[in-house]
Design a protein around this ligand. Structure first.
Ligand code: NAD
Ligand code: UGA
Length: 461
């Protein structure tokens, strides 16, 4: 039996360790966190995050070979042979690199904690997303220990997407493990390969050098975000020319060199990582004196901001240039469907801008209202939180679809239309509704990357 520890019981640490525990009953997995409330939730029926299938996996392994605890972290460090570090690495908000660089304080704290509490050698695995060459700093800190212990630092970035975490962990496109080309590091790489090989086909486990692994994680997120910004940039052109962005996406996506995924035009991408990881990449390029490369990737973020601002500007303009006092139902608070996560959610970007316009905002989401409330801070008192979409839309002048929950596509819009103030508007920021049918019901319909369908001719021009 190997003792495996994960430091950080968040969106990555919790689900990742649950799936490892499920497939490796021969190993004992402990997940620790400084946030006791979070740990209590992992030990309860109300897990701290919503992910389809997560509860089942946790319940299968918890108490058997999967343990969540906020106690005796020092002792758990000492007892473990393998330590995954999955702490948060947000964008730095102060000092050098503020607003761009990764804030590595939580990361470094864990390195020192491992150093102070270890009496035996260990494999340390970077699970968090980190700037390239962070493992070097980690190794410097760890291998300065006075008792001559040796630590192998590996990179094993996580590629799961929220809402699909369990599916992605059960059947990953690939598992990436980076390590130095020394006998000790290669033996450590083999140990981690063997761990994943309990359920991941061997040809999907890629091993690389440390720096390639660290950089690949940032680059994967940058490429994914770039595709969304590319199609969103084209959506603006579609709206001006009468082309339909869904048709364009389908037409280009059938080219096997381009492929169909991540071409869904939207109100913009959100989530805790795309923005932070691209900022991190931009900062790294600037540090390496590559301003043209930095500028290239920064443009992905600029288009994303433009897309959100454009969406709100269109709402204001279409609704007779004033939203003051108008009730507007926002369908969706989560940054994407099937998650309760609202970090960097485009829905909250739109919400804040509508509040600036003095609109009466009603926020509706099946799982994310609590997080949205927290994220909005002081602004939350100006917002009505309503989980029932029919009640949210009652008396509203407009509905904006901001998260692609399938529930929102299945609503009775005829009933909704009748309960709204007229003329009634619908702004589909996710292109999940039947726009023709809505128009025929009487709605004025605006959808990203499509010509508006309006019951009066002079609006929207
Ligand atoms: P998170 O904020 O949900 O979780 C991190 C946890 O680490 C928190 O609960 C925090 O209390 C804990 N922590 C911080 N310092 C600690 C310490 N010294 N000891 C014990 N616990 C400590 O973050 P997350 O979304 O799980 O992301 C973690 C990392 O994984 C980030 O680098 C992120 O970029 C990366 N990542 C995230 C996702 C995702 O879908 N969220 C996907 C891939 C990679
Ligand atoms: C993303 C990556 O997909 C994961 O591989 C990565 O591990 C993770 O970031 C991370 O490092 O945190 P995630 O942010 O959970 O995962 O979700 P995505 O499915 O990538 O969606 C991100 C945003 O893009 C969402 O707001 C989503 O609605 C939006 N999106 C996605 C679009 O607007 N259009 C698309 O075609 C696809």
């Amino acid at each position: 039996m190997t003792h495996i520890l994960c430091i950080g019981a968040g969106y990555v640490g919790g689900p990742t360790m649950a799936v490892i525990a499920k497939h490796c009953p021969q190993h004992r997995i402990t997940v620790v966190d400084v946030n006791r409330q979070r740990i209590d939730a992992w030990n309860s029926d109300q897990l701290p995050i919503y992910e389809p299938g997560l509860k089942e996996v946790v319940e299968q392994a918890r108490g058997r070979n999967l343990f969540f605890t906020a106690d005796d972290i020092e002792q758990h460090i000492d007892q473990s042979e393998i330590i995954f570090v999955s702490v948060n690495t947000p964008t730095k908000s102060f000092g050098q690199g503020a607003g761009r660089a990764a804030d590595l304080q939580y990361w470094e704290k864990t390195a020192r904690q491992i150093l102070e509490n270890s009496t035996s050698p260990k494999i340390i695995i970077e699970k968090s997303t980190l700037p390239v060459r962070t493992a070097e700093a980690m190794a410097h800190i760890l291998n300065t220990n006075p008792n001559g212990l040796h630590f192998d630092v590996l990179s094993n970035p996580e590629f799961l997407a929220e809402g699909n975490a369990i599916e992605n962990l059960e059947h990953p496109d690939r598992v990436l493990i980076g390590g130095h080309d020394t006998p000790s590091a290669q033996a450590a790489v083999q140990t981690v390969v063997d761990l994943y090989a309990n359920w991941v086909p061997r040809d999907k486990i890629i091993t690389t050098n440390l720096w390639s692994s660290e950089l690949s994680k940032l680059v994967a997120n940058a490429f994914l975000a770039q595709r969304i910004s590319s199609i969103n940039a084209i959506s603006a052109l579609c709206e001006k020319t009468g082309a339909d962005v869904s048709e364009v996406a389908y037409a280009i996506g059938t080219d096997s060199r381009i492929g169909p995924k991540f071409l869904q035009a939207s109100v913009g991408f959100g989530g805790s990582c795309f923005k932070k990881d691209i900022l991190n990449l931009v900062y790294l390029c600037e540090q390496q004196n590559l301003p043209e490369v930095a500028e290239y990737w920064e443009q992905v973020l600029k288009i994303n901001e433009y897309q959100g601002a454009r969406f709100v500007a269109n709402m204001v303009h279409s609704m007779f240039n004033t939203l003051a006092g108008k009730r507007i139902a926002l369908f969706g608070a989560a940054f994407k469907a099937n998650t309760s996560d609202t970090r960097e959610s485009p829905a909250l970007v739109v919400c804040r801008e509508l509040l600036d316009e003095h609109a009466q905002v009603v926020l509706c989401d099946p799982y994310a209202l609590e997080n949205a409330h927290q994220e909005l801070g002081a602004l939350a008192r100006k917002v009505t939180f309503e989980p029932d979409p029919y009640l949210a839309a009652q008396g509203a002048h407009a509905i904006a679809i901001l998260t692609e929950w399938s529930q929102f596509a299945a609503l009775d819009y005829q009933r909704i239309f009748q309960s709204m103030a007229h003329p009634a508007f619908i702004f589909d920021g996710r292109n999940i509704l039947d726009h023709k049918a809505l128009f025929e019901m009487g709605f004025n319909v605006h959808a990203v990357g499509k010509a508006p369908r309006l019951h009066f001719n002079d609006i929207g021009k």
